[in-house]
Design a protein around this ligand. Structure first.
Ligand code: AMP
Length: 551
């Protein structure tokens, strides 16, 4: 009822939740704190603040105004961090372009987002050259150049980034505007259909930052505190590197931006810069742990949260054995992204490592303000018994309110007033969610639902297995049957019987249903991944269709 609305003194300031308000205190309180860009640049928070002001002045001089869209095509750099702040703070929209998409998809996203200016790293000039005839209308291009040379290109470059900053006013008066103003846009990397644009407001990014900060701070396992050194290893183009650059900046942390991800270079940075906190997908963690350099690196102070796909227990164990504090994060492009972390509760710290491992690899506890439910098709909560599965749906202050210019898919996403994740999960008595599959990947065999993720996790525990994926294939008798794709470790041998015997051991203990044991296993060289390093099950079904048929 309106009568309880608070009274506002005419002179009072109504404080909008704007991204600029995250930046003020760290700049004042930690002016000399460092930000490092690989081997290229070291700057302080004082410099960061000045460069953000210069960038806003420079973009304004290029004609960027409130409501315009500025696209960035770059690896993880200090420049990207500057854009994370300057672009939304001046009232424009930051479009973080997924540079791993195909040129056709990149073209689609640039046109669909209606970008006005594109900041482009020298490395991606060839991509823009192939599509420039079809970019509409022609954009202004700002060059991001680390090469030290003027690149040979047929594109019309408006200005180079550092030159733009050098020539621009270091004082920009960032205005107030409504907190519901759109701050960012990017496109989901789904394996089907056209990319779909999601979008987040200032208010949403500020609240996401605050809630993630609350979830990660304080004593205990899996925390981020003042004194930590942050290195992102999920790209800044993908869901704002999970929003952690905003969190790290708000805390005034030392930050290290690695450029393009090269495992040996990442390990060097971790060692040299004293990195203590990162996030990545399981495949990257796997690459780091398998590097020939790994034995030279002390990872015992490193905390790493793993998301984007389920964290296999075998991988988590490998990390724990090196002293890494490893735990899961969960979310998706549509959710800004973070919904949960699998931090251990205090009483679990007394548990043995194996039991802790199980919980570190669950999908986690919802972070503050997230309403995370597992529901049946009628939207009733399923029992929290760790067994009954249903679809994961969510509400939180920071979920995309729709897909850009796509009301049909937006309505489907938000059907019934909850955001539908398309994930299947269970919640246990402790309140921990565990994702068991994607709705479209779950294997329905003879009336039973078999979790492909669980099978993958168990196959990966086999000492001879390097990579594993399980897909459902049509079967005239059972509806579907699981087929496993396995990459063996170098010099190791394994056959169908070996995989089946291994899984039978788990079926005998009641861990999986015996119907889940694949009767076909394909031994392959590599397993297809998506642009962000996830198992690409659609590509697998296509690529191996014939082998699957004939196996
Ligand atoms: P994206 O929008 O590309 O970030 O993909 C989001 C999807 O990745 C989610 O809907 C899940 O299917 C999957 N995902 C993300 N984090 C996890 C996790 N911790 N465990 C299992 N699946 C995950």
């Amino acid at each position: 009822m309106a009568e309880n609305l608070i009274e506002r003194t005419p002179s009072s300031y109504y404080y909008p939740l704007l991204i600029k308000n995250l930046l003020r205190n760290p700049v004042r309180q930690f002016p000399n704190q460092e930000i490092v860009y690989g081997d290229f640049k070291r700057l302080t928070y004082r410099d960061l603040d000045e460069r953000i002001n210069r960038l806003a002045s420079g973009l304004t001089a290029l004609g960027v105004k409130r409501g315009d869209t500025v696209a960035v095509m770059d690896w993880d750099t200090n420049r990207y961090l500057e854009c994370f702040f300057a672009v939304p703070m001046l009232g424009a929209v930051l479009h973080t372009v997924n540079v791993r998409l195909s040129p056709e998809q990149i073209l689609y996203t640039i046109n669909h987002a209606e970008d006005d200016v594109i900041l482009v790293n020298t490395e991606f000039l060839p991509v823009l050259e192939t599509i420039r005839e079809r970019i509409e209308p022609v954009k202004k291009l700002v060059l991001l150049n680390d090469t030290g040379f003027t690149p040979a290109t047929t594109l019309d470059i408006t200005v180079e980034y550092e030159a733009l900053l050098a020539a621009s006013d270091p004082h920009f008066n960032f205005p107030d505007f409504p907190e519901d103003t759109r701050a960012t846009t990017f496109y989901t990397t789904g394996t089907t259909g056209l990319p779909k644009g999601v979008y987040f407001s200032h208010r949403q990014l500020v609240l996401h930052t605050m809630a993630v900060l609350a979830a990660l701070s304080g004593p205990g396992q899996g925390r981020l505190n003042r004194g930590d050194v942050y290195l992102p290893i999920t790209p800044m183009f993908h869901v704002h590197a999970w929003g952690i650059p905003y969190v790290a900046t708000t805390l005034g942390l030392k930050q290290v931006y690695p450029g393009r991800y090269v495992p040996e270079h990442l390990l060097t940075l971790i060692q040299r810069e004293g990195v203590t906190f990162s996030h990545c997908v399981p495949t990257i963690l796997q690459m780091l742990l398998s590097s020939s350099k790994i034995d030279e690196i002390d990872l015992s102070r490193w905390k790493v949260t793993i998301g984007g796909s389920a964290l296999p227990q075998a991988l988590a164990k490998q990390a724990l054995d090196r002293g890494v504090d490893v735990f899961t994060a969960y979310g998706m492009s549509e959710t800004c992204p973070i919904l949960s972390f699998s931090q251990l509760k205090p009483h679990m710290m007394e548990w043995d490592e194996e039991r802790q491992l199980e919980f570190r690899c669950k999908t986690g506890l919802a972070i503050p303000m997230v309403d995370l439910r597992v529901v049946d098709p009628d939207m009733n909560d399923v029992p929290h018994d760790g067994k009954t599965s249903g679809e994961v749906v969510a509400r939180a202050p920071w979920l995309t309110q729709g897909y850009l210019k796509d009301s049909r898919n937006s309505e489907m996403l938000w059907e019934g007033g909850y955001l539908h994740t398309g994930d299947i999960g269970v919640i246990d008595e402790e309140g921990y969610l565990k994702i068991t599959d994607r709705l479209k990947d779950v294997i329905k065999t003879g009336g039973e639902w078999i979790s492909s993720l669980e099978l993958e996790d168990l196959i990966l525990k086999h000492p001879s297995v390097a990579e594993a994926a399980v897909v459902g294939v049509p079967d005239p008798k059972w509806g579907e049957r699981p087929v496993a794709l396995v990459v063996t470790k170098l010099g190791r041998e394994l056959d169908l019987a070996g995989v089946r015997d291994w899984l039978k051991g788990f079926a005998d203990k009641g861990i999986i249903s015996k119907w889940g044991i694949p009767d076909r296993v394909l031994f392959v060289e590599t397993i297809p991944k998506t642009s962000v390093g996830k198992l690409n099950k659609k590509a697998m079904r296509e690529q191996y269709a014939e082998m699957i048929q004939n196996s």
